[in-house]
Design a protein around this ligand. Structure first.
Ligand code: ADP
Length: 172
């Protein structure tokens, strides 16, 4: 089984993927780390990796029982995609603490407000395979993998509404 965990930087992908991997006996593939190991990094710009997607896809295609952790993990052939969501205000604080420049913090918070990762996931996978996770990420993901009910999937739409005037003041 292959599971992708995606979301804006700072939403908690690595924290969650590590735990989900341990509970479901899936190897945790943190793409940023493996890309270096596999010689798939073309360039690094302001802490952002430019990668050769073909190399990464070829490697991932040859693997099984993995949980893929990346903000672009939707590009891979997987059974399920989980999009982690985070309140923009909380994300703002986390990214500032991480030492991101104000511009980079705002870019990422805006991406979260505009559902960018969710939209990308839906461009690559049918909605019944895409799940949006707002709370209790580890428990929710494990429960959905064990019992993948389409009722919880994006087939029934998104339950997140971060595009509010209050949230937009964060990125002004
Ligand atoms: P990502 O992989 O999406 O960039 P991380 O897993 O590195 O995110 O988490 C970013 C920060 O947020 C870390 O400091 C982590 O401890 C914290 N964090 C992650 N998930 C949660 C959560 N559910 N509640 C509180 N803090 C969290």
């Amino acid at each position: 089984m292959k599971v992708a965990i995606t979301g804006t930087p700072g939403v908690g992908k690595t924290t969650v993927a590590r735990e989900v991997g341990a509970l479901l006996h899936l190897q945790h593939i943190e793409i940023a780390k493996f890309a270096r190991e596999w010689g798939a990094v073309i360039e690094e710009e302001d802490g952002t990796l430019i990668v050769d997607e073909d190399i990464l896809k070829e490697r991932i295609d040859a693997m099984d029982d993995v949980v893929i952790d990346s903000h672009f993990s939707e590009i891979f052939n997987v059974d399920y995609v989980f999009v982690l969501r985070c309140e923009p205000k909380i994300l703002y604080e986390r990214l500032k603490e991480r030492g991101y420049s104000l511009q980079k913090v705002k870019e990422n918070v805006l991406a979260e407000i505009l559902d960018s990762c969710l939209i990308n996931a839906l461009q690559h996978h049918p909605p019944q395979r895409v799940f949006e996770i707002n709370e209790n990420p580890v428990e929710e993901i494990v429960s959905i993998v064990k019992n993948p009910s389409p009722h919880k999937s994006l087939l029934h739409g998104s339950k997140t509404a971060f595009l509010t005037e209050e949230n937009l003041t964060l990125v002004e």
